[in-house]
Design a protein around this ligand. Sequence first.
Ligand code: UDX
Ligand code: ADP
Length: 472
Amino acid sequence: MQIKNICCIGAGYVGGPTMAVIAYKCPDIQVNVVDLNEDRISRWNDKNLEKLPIFEPGLAEIVSKCRGKNLHFSNEVNQKISNSDMVFISVNTPTKKYGLGAGKASDLKWVEACARQVANNATGYTIVVEKSTLPVRTAEVIKSILEASKKDSKDSSAKTFDVLSNPEFLAEGTAINDLLNPDRVLIGGENSLSIDALSSIYSRWVVKEKILHTNIWSSELAKLTANAFLAQRISSINAIGALCEATGADVREVSRAIGSDSRIGPKFLDSGPGFGGSCFKKDILNLVYLCEYFGLDEVASFWESVVTLNNWHQTRISKLITKKLFGTISSKKIIILGFAFKGNTNDTRESAAIQICRDLINEGAYLFIHDPKVTKDQITKDLEVKPLDQNIEENSFNEKGSWKHITDINESLFDADAIVILTEWEEYKNLDWDLAESRMRKPAWVFDTRSIIDANSIKKYNFQFWRVGDGS
Ligand code: UDX
Ligand code: ADP
């Protein structure tokens, strides 16, 4: 079966880049990305590529090559579904805030709504592909909604469906490269016709050996497991980092030593401020919920401890900053460098910066927050505290602590007590330390949670320097 028209529901961090790459590699396929969010779609269509809703290296170039030719963004969800042979579901699946499974299970209301939209609008044979990370057995939910619609329809032969699981493994910040050169593409399903149709899309640029076929439940579970394993490595190294600080060891040296064991490998061993992003925490909690549901309590608590350690680690950092600044940060000026959950993305979901900044504000600090790609509005939403726009040197803060958004780091250095690096943006690697030294209040602290500053070169300056996992 030759796919000619694709519709992707959800123009977010997964749907947008994934469809841009499919369109780029398959000029003969029309790719329609649809979303309910009008603002998001108009930004995807903006002539000014700086305004795309997602910042991702290499994305704008691909969008500019394909948009208007075989890559289209619109709000016409129903119409685009009805014209498609294949529909990808790439909508949000956040952790449930209330009800059964609250705090752990994923909220499937958006996925369910999509399945109903597909059920109502699809025509002929349609392959439905789960792209969003979903709890195991979600395909069953989607299938039953689609099957029910066939029974409802007067002419049941007119609509047929197959459901596939094709989880996304891209990491933000490197999404385009991950999509162009994936370690593997995973396709879970039962029907070889639909599996072959999806495989033939990826096989335009991915070698056959890397396109793995599994049953649908293994595919869904493999995605959760991959993220749980990756997150587990980060909690493990952050736990060891705390021990390094206590014992005089250096976590970078420990990482290098263990990472050169080929059974362990060097990747994902960087101690940082704690993992963030939309997937890790959500997926582990999902796994925990699943284990509890099946009565596997020990397995559930094993995985839950990965998240517990991460939460503890973020709090450990904010407490440590307070302690180093003589046990009080009330009315102290702290420059925060980076708010995104990692470098090269404007995404702040579950960013360690959120918890750390909230803790510091609650302690009474005045934060001057900088991030090259995250907007003031986004930071306001995340912190749930309005920023102060006034000139704080004129005593406009109250003793509760607050924050201000800054775009010029150098202009904000005057009388600052500390600089805290929370995201590994390239531009933070070469700050003007001469200027910082002359403008900051002494003793001035530099806290590097990402290990991006050269520890030897900063020693020349009159700073107190702390970096994660360094007990030397
Ligand atoms: C992750 C998975 O990597 C990806 O395969 C999946 O599809 C989605 O979830 P993402 O969350 O975009 O991707 O980024 P990732 O690079 O995995 O980083 C997640 C978090 O871990 C970030 O906060 C990052 O800073 C942190 N991290 C990563 C570390 O603290 N240390 C490391 O060594 C690696
Ligand atoms: P992800 O990181 O998984 O891509 P995002 O939150 O960035 O998640 O994107 C998901 C997108 O899906 C959002 O832009 C949201 O508006 C869209 N969406 C959710 N439900 C529907 C729906 N039923 N129809 C169309 N778009 C939807």
